[in-house]
Design a protein around this ligand. Structure first.
Ligand code: F6R
Length: 607
């Protein structure tokens, strides 16, 4: 959840660290800090608030050619300057930045306190510099190895030593770290975003590995002392530079990138003439497909909503029993795992701790999991070993938008492949494949003419409560719309399968209550229209997202938002777009921090 950056080389470290922190700020942003190695003690600057607060106190020419930095999302201890990272030992000779959680920090704290250590923060992380100091006998690498042997928990940790300017020691267990290789300089970060401006040549540290990084090179070992071998990887071009471009916010930019991001996910995979898809990463031949007894798709948050759509599509089209499960529930539910079943893990970041936990639960019980992941080289991609990359490109805004539509695209490709093998006639499969191939244009057409979003926003900004409803594939879309509005605008809202509405939530209807209905022209349309009449009769103001030309749906609406007509299976790909814009515009009108909503972080690497 937090971001780490480190630099060693001939340049001044501070500007590079601050630039890296700004790029990682989306991962966590309640406090930030920088430690610079120069002279007999390490200089630490840390502040509560965004990276700009630290930037304001670090002189542009701050000395130090080695440094480590951190942007925090609080887990242990409140949001205070003392709790911000980096943390140091008492002599200011060792500085540490850390992502993850030290489970045995209480026991270590007591032991170190008894030995005379005075703690200055409430964090679990602070035990690390003191513990490393305790083990330090002149060799920085050995001190970190010996200290980590005593630690239970998870870490991506980077350590700097005043006595060894020009050295960073980094270690990983459960929290990602990537080393960037430059010319006579090297970098480390928790996320390649911080590095792309400087280098595209990277080494991903694996769990239980430790690297000693100098300007000249990287030496890595396993924590048991044996040598660790690495291949140098090249960050793909799609990684971009992560800038906002002409847009005011990353979220708006990412919404508008969807024609390209969906296109990247489909390109080379969808085969309209053959009416199928090729997903090399799945490595499943038609014969294998015929033997899949069931599909289970795991994810959290927005990725869970995409998983719901994937499961519905697979079951409806390919007639294979399929379900979506919330990874944070599934992993602790002692689930029954069918070793022949197909398990998919959906994650934008590829770092979500609960999704990683769910994958481990499946594999521990003999199942195999394929990843549907955006971030190349992420922990989930590596743990699964095979799967598909959705190729959204970097998603920086905390609220997920373009990853959602690409996750669905990837699972629809799989649905097509499975359907072509199991159920679909050639002409049906070709129709679906062509419709998929047309999606980027449909999305572009909608975004070019999004309809009366501002008019709908006027109903939302003063609302005490907003209800979203839809049936079938539009139910997960309703859930996603409500999640976006909650996380961005902080408006109380919920989403219901439209048929469930009269089993409870209709009690919330008052004169003018905004109800956002997703009613594309599919098999559920008539039933949803009846539900719309029911809430309208109780005074609700209907904001209706419907297929272009559906005059009946439009006639019930206080605000009518038409979307392009697409294949019924593909309606979520266009109906979610106005919901993304609605939450963006509502948050903007309410003065919210759009790219970094309160209390959230982009990748949730803790349970
Ligand atoms: C919502 C959002 C979150 C994530 C969830 C899973 O806009 O972004 O709900 O979808 O934290 O994250 P990933 O997909 O990275 O596993």
């Amino acid at each position: 959840m937090c971001g780490i950056v480190g630099y060693v080389g001939p340049k001044l470290a501070a500007p590079i660290l601050l630039d890296g922190l700004r790029r990682l700020e989306y991962r966590g942003y309640d406090s930030a800090g920088v430690a610079l190695v120069d002279g007999p003690t390490i200089t630490v600057h840390k502040e509560v608030g965004k990276v700009a607060m630290v930037q304001a106190v670090v002189p542009a020419d701050a000395p130090g050619h080695t440094g480590i930095a951190h942007t925090r999302w609080a887990t242990h201890g409140g949001v205070t300057q003392a709790n911000a990272h980096p943390h140091t030992d008492m002599e200011l000779g060792i500085a540490v930045v850390h992502n993850g959680i030290i489970d045995n920090d209480e026991a270590l704290r007591q032991r170190l306190s008894a030995a005379g250590v005075e703690f200055r923060s409430e964090t679990d992380t602070e035990v690390l510099p003191h513990l490393i100091r305790h083990h330090y006998k002149g060799d920085p690498t050995q001190a970190v190895i010996d200290a980590l042997k005593e630690v239970r928990g998870t870490y991506g940790v980077v350590v700097a030593f005043a006595e060894h300017p020009g050295v960073m020691v980094a270690a990983r267990l459960g929290s990602p770290l990537v080393i960037g290789l430059g010319e006579d300089e090297n970098f480390i970060a928790s996320d390649p975003h911080a590095l792309v401006r400087y280098t595209r040549r990277v080494i991903y540290l694996e769990d239980r590995e430790l690297a000693t990084i100098t300007a000249d090179g990287v030496e890595s070992v396993h924590l048991d002392g044996s040598e660790a071998l690495h291949t140098v990887e090249e960050l793909e071009a799609a990684f971009g530079t992560g800038d906002k471009g002409e847009f005011e916010h990353y979220m708006l930019k990412e919404i508008h990138e969807q024609p390209e991001s969906i296109g990247r996910c489909l390109r080379g995979r969808v085969q309209p003439e053959a009416g199928t898809a090729r997903l090399g990463g799945f490595d499943l031949l038609p014969r294998d497909l015929t033997e899949i007894p069931s599909v289970t798709i795991m994810g959290c948050g927005t990725s869970f909503h995409a998983a719901m759509l994937g499961a519905m599509a697979i079951e409806q089209v390919a007639r294979v029993p399929a379900r979506a499960v919330i990874a944070s529930e599934f992993r602790w539910s002692n689930p029954q795992i069918d070793p022949k079943g197909l398990y998919l893990a959906v994650s934008q970041s590829g770092e979500t701790a609960d999704t990683l936990g769910a994958i481990k639960e499946v594999t521990t019980k003999g199942g195999k999991v394929l990843g549907v992941v955006n971030v190349v080289g992420s922990s989930i991609a590596r743990l699964c070993g095979s799967g598909v990359y959705i190729h959204s490109g970097p998603e920086v805004a905390v609220a997920s938008t373009k990853a959602f539509t690409s996750q669905i695209s990837a699972m629809y490709l799989f649905t097509l492949m499975l359907g072509r093998t199991l159920t679909l006639a050639p002409n049906e499969a070709q129709h679906l494949a062509r419709s998929l191939a047309d999606l980027p244009e449909m999305v572009r057409a909608y975004l070019g003419n999004p309809g009366p979003i501002q008019e709908a926003v006027r109903h939302l900004v003063n609302a005490r409560y907003v209800l979203f409803m839809g049936r079938g594939l539009s139910w997960p879309v309703a859930l996603e719309g409500a999640l976006k509005l909650k996380e961005l605008a902080y408006i109380p809202c919920e989403a219901y399968a439209a048929g469930e509405m009269k089993h409870g939530p209709i009690a919330m209807m008052e004169e003018g209550t905004p109800v956002i209905v997703i009613v594309p022209s599919d098999a559920n349309r008539e039933r949803t229209l009846s539900n719309m009449r029911e809430v309208q009769a109780r005074g609700a103001a209907l904001i209706v997202i419907h297929s272009r030309g559906d005059h009946q749906a439009a006639s019930l609406a206080a605000v009518s938002i038409p979307v392009p007509r697409v294949h019924p299976l593909l309606t979520p790909m266009v109906t979610v777009l106005p919901l993304q814009l609605l939450s963006y515009q509502a948050a903007l009108a309410m003065g919210r921090d759009i790219d970094m909503p309160r209390n959230l972080a982009k990748s949730v690497t803790v349970e």
